[in-house]
Design a protein around this ligand. Structure first.
Ligand code: CA
Length: 228
């Protein structure tokens, strides 16, 4: 299946050029001409990669990236102006996979797109699907379904569920989960873990009448067995 690429670029000439070239290369392409629309499309659709201009009307590219990364690990290549060093630094800090400076050659852009698609998102991990009973978590597609019914999770909820499934039968303390899901440098309340466990239970345990995540008093959380 052709990789799907979202182009977020307000200069219609450049957007059109990219669309033609990428379509010619066999990619499926959608376009957005402002940051807000681009972000909404990125969060709603299933894209394999985003080409994101930094200078955009409304929401600029870095802000789009910041908001996207709260929810998604989709690979992002920033399109930056020639001397915008700060944009490149902040963009990579904020989780852009790569950037390319305008004006660029299409060959260089295509090479970077291929590299970014190969590498996947910044936090890409185990590729094969994880299952528990009728629950299927697919890391490659970033989807979760129960008995074929899709469950819409945020980026952190997904990451927390994936971590618990990978560690099945091994109790995960709040500290372990904070480190794995939120990162070493997380500064905030450890009860954020409890809050997100509650979200997962509201989205999975309650509607599907299962006991997926067990609380181990005084220790943490665990998913037991294979759900059979
Ligand atoms: Ca622009």
């Amino acid at each position: 299946m052709a990789a799907k690429i979202l182009i977020v670029e307000d200069e219609s000439g450049i957007a059109r050029f990219l669309e033609l070239e990428l379509t010619h290369e066999g990619y499926a392409v959608d376009k957005a001409a402002d940051g807000r629309t681009g972000l909404a499309m990125a969060l709603a659709g299933h894209y394999d990669l985003m080409l994101l201009d930094v200078m955009l009307p409304g929401l600029n590219g870095l802000e789009v990236l910041r908001r996207l990364r709260a929810e998604s690990a989709m690979p992002v290549i920033l399109l930056t102006a020639r001397d915008a060093v700060m944009d490149k630094v902040s963009g990579l800090d904020m989780g852009a996979n790569d950037y390319i400076t305008k004006p660029f050659s299409i060959e260089e852009l295509l090479a970077r797109i291929r590299a970014a698609l190969r590498a996947g998102g910044p936090e890409k991990r185990e590729e094969s699907a994880l299952t528990w009973g009728a629950l299927v978590l697919d890391p490659a597609r970033h989807t979760v379904a129960y008995d074929g019914e899709p469950i819409r999770l945020t980026y952190k909820e997904f990451s927390l569920l994936q971590t618990l499934l990978e560690a099945r039968d091994i109790v995960q303390t709040r500290e372990m989960l904070l480190e794995k899901v939120w990162g070493y440098d997380y500064v905030g309340e450890t009860n954020v873990v409890d809050v997100y466990i509650r979200y997962l239970r509201q989205k999975i345990d309650d509607p599907f009448h299962v006991k997926l995540i067990h609380t181990v008093r005084g220790m943490g959380y665990v998913i037991k067995g294979d759900g059979s």
